[in-house]
Design a binder for this molecule. Sequence first.
Ligand code: PMP
Length: 336
Amino acid sequence: MNAPRHFGLDRHVGKTPLIRLRRLSELTGCEILGKAEFMNPGGSVKDRAALGIIEDAEARGVLQPGGTIVEGTAGNTGIGLTVIGHAKGYQSVIVIPETQSPEKIHLLRALGAEVLPVPEKPYSNPGNYNHVARRMAEEKGWFWANQFDNTANRLIHYRTTGPEIWEQTDGKVSAFVSAVGTGGTLGGTTLYLKERNPKVFVGCADPYGAAMWSWFTNGNTETNDGDSFAEGIGQGRVTKNLEGIAVDGAWRIPDQDALTILYQLLREEGLFLGLSSGINVAGALRLALERGPGQTIVTILCDSGAKYQSRIFNPEWLTANGLKTDMPLETLLSKP
Ligand code: PMP
């Protein structure tokens, strides 16, 4: 019998294209490449984590057929857990901070997740969305995905994202840049790339209001002054997915820099992306400028702009928040 050629949705996570960011590559003399994670079935890099966490739970016997998955998430992990969960016969309950974009909350409901928006609270507060999800799992006997501290998250990036980047660049990748939400993407991809070539330069792009720049630069988790509208990134503690991970450089990226890049990519290269992708590409640009031409720099295009139309693609919202869409890319070239 012929081997099957067609599979369910859960078998179509990853193997995303690596897209050349033309203008930034020309301006810097580097190859700046974006991994098109928005092309995953649930529309984000978090589909990988969702699949990795579900398959690990199945293998450990902690997720039973027909079971319920509960998770605290900024949205994308919840979307991934819901669509991949449905493909594999599970239900999902999603606890989400109510500050996240209405598009993500509506989408989760449309997909059939049970959605519980909660007030935004710091991790130290028992009302924080992660703690709410953990308690619900304990009370109801559901499976808690625990993406921040479940290392099945970084393991799937070690097994898939890292090898894909290596193969798609024929081993030429010389630098990798990522922001941190759970740290799964940065942690797992870094572990793989450094194993293949210890000289690969890894950089962390951090939004304001987060602590990863301080952690990687000074070894403490002091939060940067300021704030960011980027959703899904901006971490204040060293999660299990980040344990043992060191980077070679870290940058604090203002939202305006990320937005300038997002609008250039949209208008000139047809890429419609969310703000965390802009933070990542801005980090890749800083790296290119600091380390000079000739490098092959890979970063992550985490999700699509469609989830943020009411915010960063809404002129009134932008004006109200003092953000501009007409800054020339050249204004970012003299930064370091
Ligand atoms: N960008 C977006 C839009 C996200 O939702 C996330 C995940 N929270 C990330 C980036 C960061 O990915 P990770 O959790 O692997 O650090």
